[in-house]
Design a protein around this ligand. Structure first.
Ligand code: NPQ
Ligand code: MG
Length: 377
């Protein structure tokens, strides 16, 4: 990390729930989303404000966390640990909620707001604070399960025309080998990967091995969300590299995965691992182990999207991630300037102080479905 961060107070907090309709339904092996409900944490102290986005979903399907659960955990447990506490730097505030087990997405949202606040106080961008080295990020796109193979091919064509550098397709048992074959046939040279979101078991090894012939850059999280052992068994039986997502929620999980050989690549999401600072640590450990990493996505609004770009500017993020442009998901983002994909398939890393974004107040108010203010007890 670059230099020290200032010790700041957190004097007020606001919890806000927003809802943004998705441009098209997003279907994974665990369900279909038509709207993104997001929980925002807004902090203020020492005359400086910061905002963070919690990536928990409406349902506990991707992970056990939900928007409603994060809201109550933030209100009753995490924010009371920092509100009115003595001035502290971001790591210091984060230590005050270490006693809370789990709830990584709620913690990460608070940490994101603290980093935004610290950046505004010092003029540093979150990328600079984290030790970022890149000014533009190569982007891929994640495509949900479509009603037909033809619809999938059409969707891919559109995203490739827009410039996206790699295609990730959601898959599930029975929607995999034929899918990969059809896509490979039509787009022979395109960097292509699948994400199963834990839809398979070791009994499906033949099907998974059949994917080896399609030159996939990786298959993401084929097996159970909390498994590392079976992933190691599977990795020894297939050629395609396994990328872990759900199974790695901490540095301890990652160290176990590396030791076991549960995969060869990591999808890093700050929300899943409890914050941007823990995410940067996982990045460092992957570097030492020779695991390439890329930045995942959770259908973030522009706020979380900015944080993802800052994270992806670290040196080990050598693969295009799910850091897509705002219009991949939303007709209207929450920002004055939505993130727009350049023709070369990159997005810029924000350079302004903190997250480096400007939230459009009118749009934010329109999207708000719940708002509560917290102050020190
Ligand atoms: C993944 N994301 O990599 C996730 C899955 C995902 C872009 O593929 C609400 C809450 C909606 C959590 C949609 C992408 C979600 C979600 C997708 C997680 O596995
Ligand atoms: Mg995934």
């Amino acid at each position: 990390m670059n230099g020290g961060l200032p010790r700041l107070r957190v004097e007020r907090a606001r919890l806000r729930v927003v809802e943004l309709p998705l441009v098209s339904p997003f279907t994974t092996s665990f369900g279909t989303q038509t709207v993104r409900r997001a929980l925002l944490v807004e902090l203020e102290g020492d005359g400086v404000a910061g905002v963070g986005e919690c990536v928990a979903g409406i349902d506990p399907a991707y992970s056990s966390e939900t928007c409603a659960g994060a809201l109550s955990t933030l209100r009753d447990h995490i924010l009371p640990s920092v509100l009115g506490a003595p001035p502290a730097d971001v790591a210091g505030h984060a230590r005050s909620w270490e006693w809370v087990r789990g709830h990584h997405m709620a913690k990460a949202a608070t940490e994101m707001a603290l980093l935004d606040q610290a950046g505004h106080a010092t003029g540093q961008s979150v990328s600079q604070i984290l030790g970022g080295v890149r000014s533009r990020i190569g982007c891929g796109v994640s495509i949900g399960i479509q009603p037909s193979l033809a619809a999938t091919l059409t969707a891919i064509e559109g995203y490739l025309a827009a410039g996206y550098q790699r295609i990730k397709l959601k898959c599930k048992p029975g929607y995999d080998v034929e899918l990969a074959q059809a896509v490979r046939q039509r787009f022979p040279g395109t960097p292509l990967m699948l994400d199963a979101n834990s839809a398979y078991s070791l009994q499906d090894v033949d099907q998974l091995r059949a994917l080896d012939e399609f030159d996939l850059t990786m298959i993401e999280q084929p097996l159970a969300h909390d498994d590392l052992i079976d992933h190691a068994t599977l990795q020894a039986q297939i050629e395609t590299s396994i990328c872990l997502d759900e199974s790695v929620e901490s540095l301890a999980d990652l160290c176990a995965a590396i030791a076991l050989g549960s995969g060869r690549i990591l999808n890093i999401k700050a929300g899943r691992v409890g914050g941007l600072l823990p995410a940067a640590q996982l990045h460092d450990t992957c570097g030492e182990a020779g695991w390439p990493v890329w930045c995942g996505g959770m259908l973030e609004t522009g706020i979380g999207r900015a944080a993802n770009l800052a994270l992806a500017s670290l040196p080990g993020f050598t693969l295009p991630g799910d850091t897509s442009a705002s219009d991949r998901y939303f007709e209207q983002d929450l920002l004055e300037q939505p993130f727009e994909l350049a023709a070369d398939g990159t997005l810029p890393v924000p350079t302004g102080p903190g997250l480096g974004i400007q939230v459009e107040q009118r749009r934010l108010d329109e999207a708000t479905v719940h708002l509560e203010e917290l102050s020190p007890k």
